[in-house]
Design a protein around this ligand. Structure first.
Ligand code: FES
Ligand SMILES: [Fe+2]
Length: 411
């Protein structure tokens, strides 16, 4: 049972510019509130269309207690359904990925078409109305090949996000890729700590030797911390302007961030020597020196779009103290393993970085459980966490005060 008074008290304690009151991170009951207020309410990144290329290809995921199946129907459309049988509720597709001509429930073999219609329910009486028992649909939006789903009855508007990020990511053609490698890491931390960790690079210098071979730690074009960065940026962006590739930060507010930033001079890709990770470039690119488009969207997705590969990151909370991070590395759909790319070289930097971040988030979570914990101040360079927590607090405000929408606007 969710105690809305408890959430209201925690929100009242919250100070802008400080980490959250303890209960938001460590209270087991907060998991259910987060699922309802955030994960059942907003758009979530699910996968790339290349993972469900052929009719009948499906991919499953679990949003809190909700099993979901995403598939390609016979007409080539991407669809999503609640992966729960309309007979007695059994989960239908059990595998994370697969191909099926129809979806057959393992319990009593009710059979569903790829468009969700119930087409066979054996032993049910002749007058049984199959039309009333199709799979319940889940909203789907495909943005340049990235599949987002929303479990809410009426999803929030995603058109501003679509319009803003498309010019940045479309040239990389995420829809013309294939998965070179994927992995799921279970992190022992609340999902908000996983996001917070991702939203700042204050921790990079002390923790990410592999990443910092290539990654420049500055996060905004007007970053005043380094003349060297300004010079590098000016050189790179004048070339990107010639190529028609947008790079200035998009107006994402608290909802999303999208920007193209350079790597260190001479570095082209996330590899241990900065050289290319894949010799076949994405899309129509002929130049490898495109830095990376970094795109983040609340609540569960960040990405890097490079000249030669794309990395999608997706998180889903498993409990108040466990979070699944799924990472997919994508290369051009025609790239050949062993010829154009080597999986170990392609994945080395971010496998190491993910592991380092997972440890940081887990240790962060452990420390927050202490009786001595109290919310601490963010550094100016942690401004993206403030954005994220401002967004999160507004979500929780409207959840905890369902009849007072004006309080959301005030936040
Ligand atoms: S629960 Fe699915 S067929 Fe019975
Ligand atoms: Fe990190």
């Amino acid at each position: 049972m969710i105690d809305l008074d408890h959430i209201r008290r925690l929100l009242a304690e919250r100070r802008d510019g400080f980490s959250l009151p303890q209960g938001f991170y460590v209270d087991p009951a907060m998991h259910e509130a987060d699922i309802k207020a955030v994960f059942e309410a907003d758009w979530l990144f699910a996968c790339n269309v290349c993972e469900i290329k052929q009719p009948g290809d499906f991919l499953t995921l679990e949003v809190g207690p909700n099993p979901v199946v995403i598939l390609r129907d016979r007409d080539g459309e991407v669809r999503a359904f609640h992966n729960t049988c309309r007979h007695r509720g059994s989960r239908i597709c059990g595998k994370e990925k697969g191909r099926a001509t129809r979806l057959v429930c393992p319990y009593h073999q009710w059979v569903y078409e790829l468009d969700g219609r119930l087409i066979n329910a054996r032993q049910m009486p002749p007058d049984f109305d199959r039309d009333g028992y199709g799979l319940k649909p889940v909203h789907v939006e495909v943005i340049c090949g990235m599949v987002y789903i929303c479990l809410a009855e009426t999803p929030p508007d995603i058109s501003r996000f679509r319009a803003a990020v498309t010019p940045y990511i479309k040239p990389h053609m995420p829809d013309r890729t294939k998965v070179a490698f994927e992995m799921t890491l279970i992190e022992d931390a609340n999902w908000k700590l996983v996001i917070e960790n991702n939203r700042e690079c204050y921790h990079c210098a002390g923790n990410h030797p592999e990443l910092l071979v290539t990654l420049v730690e500055f996060v905004l074009p007007d970053d005043e911390q380094g003349r060297k960065f300004q010079d590098l940026l000016a050189r790179k962006t004048s070339r990107w302007d010639q190529l028609g590739l947008p790079h200035r930060p998009a107006e994402g507010g608290q909802e999303f961030r999208c920007i193209r930033l350079p790597f260190h001079e001479g570095m082209l890709s996330f590899t241990m020597d900065g050289g290319p990770a894949c010799n076949k470039l994405l899309g129509d690119f002929t130049e490898p020196d495109l830095g990376s488009v970094r795109m983040f969207r609340v609540p569960n997705n960040w990405n890097h779009f490079l000249s030669d590969h794309i990395i999608h990151f997706r998180i889903l909370p498993l409990s108040h103290d466990r979070t699944a991070l799924r990472t997919t590395w994508l290369v051009h759909e025609d790239a050949v393993e062993g010829v154009d790319y080597d999986v170990e070289r392609l994945t080395q930097v971010w496998i190491a970085t993910n592991a380092e971040d997972a440890e940081l988030a887990a240790v962060n979570h452990r420390g927050i459980r202490s009786m001595a914990y109290e919310p601490g101040p963010y550094a100016p360079s942690e401004f993206m966490i403030r954005n994220f927590l401002g967004w999160y607090a507004a979500k929780m405000e409207s959840f905890a005060n369902p009849h007072a929408p004006m309080q959301v606007a005030a936040e």
